[in-house]
Ligand binder design. Structure first.
Ligand code: F6R
Length: 259
């Protein structure tokens, strides 16, 4: 696990965009996309590079991490809509190559199994963008999610519903349930890029990175993965005990190694 402490959220967005650009330029790529506020700066940066620098997603496809149960794809807060609005509609993924879960599927278990099969059929995710919940979730794997879990229905904690109420008219309008890739699913992506900005994420970042691997902090499962890059701004890094160590080793890393 490599911890990269950057000065500002804009630095986090630029560095994440660099990693994604490098992946896309390397050949046909499968991207794992998160929603929520955290990756928005990264998506804006990628859109700018597409418009001004010719970065193309024509050889890429993508899978979303999760979706609210009960919101049709046309609902403005469904993750289908959010990712189209914030990223996909502004770049050049070929039609039909950005995949999501159907939150209004009649059979949610079958929908989860279909999604797992689709990810596997794509050859697997090359680079997965992740945010982290203030309760330590990744995807919507809430505390006590099995570290081996696959795509399935989960119940959101009240903390997550409160955190996400800003996207809805009020707390009551936030769905109780979601479909989410499991921790076992996420851990199969070849490179995990966890982004976190702001003081509100500092406790979750410290627990995920420096705490024990435990279902109580689902993001701690990332410690089991061979290639994880954690990009944090100074505020999100503020509760890490070993900041100086991370900064020293990253500062002396050979440039040719990349992220
Ligand atoms: C979203 C997702 C969630 C968010 C997390 C942080 O697809 O999987 O895990 O990344 O809830 O949300 P923000 O970025 O809004 O703080």
């Amino acid at each position: 696990m490599e911890i990269v402490i950057l000065r500002t959220p804009a630095d986090v967005a630029r560095t994440a965009a660099d990693a994604i650009e490098q992946q896309v330029l390397s050949g046909p790529s499968v991207l794992g996309l998160a929603t929520g506020s955290t990756p928005l700066g990264t998506y804006r940066e990628l859109i700018q590079r597409h418009r001004n620098g010719g970065l193309s997603f024509a050889g890429a496809q993508a899978f979303l991490l999760d979706e609210y149960v009960g919101l049709p794809g046309t609902h403005p807060q469904s993750y289908h809509s959010v990712i189209r609005r914030e990223f996909v509609d502004s770049v050049d993924f070929p039609a039909g190559t950005v995949h999501g879960l159907d939150g209004v599927a009649e059979d949610l278990d079958a929908e989860a199994a279909r999604y797992e099969a689709a990810i596997a059929a794509s050859g697997g995710v090359d680079i997965q963008i992740l945010g982290i919940g203030s309760d330590g979730h990744v995807g919507f794997n809430e505390p006590m999610s099995s570290l081996a879990s696959r795509t399935r229905i989960k119940t959101l904690t009240q903390q997550t519903r409160q955190d996400n109420a800003r996207f809805f008219t009020d707390h009551a309008a936030v769905p109780d349930h979601v479909l989410t890739q499991g921790l076992g699913t996420i851990l199969e992506a070849r490179h995990l890029l966890l982004l976190a900005m702001g003081e509100a994420k500092a406790g979750a970042v410290a627990a995920a990175v420096e705490g024990p691997v435990a279902a109580l902090c689902p993001a701690s499962a990332l410690q089991l993965h061979p290639h994880v890059t954690v990009l944090v701004d100074e505020a999100a890094a503020s509760m890490l005990a070993h900041r100086a160590y991370y900064q020293d080793t990253f500062g002396r890393k050979p440039a040719w190694q990349g992220l």
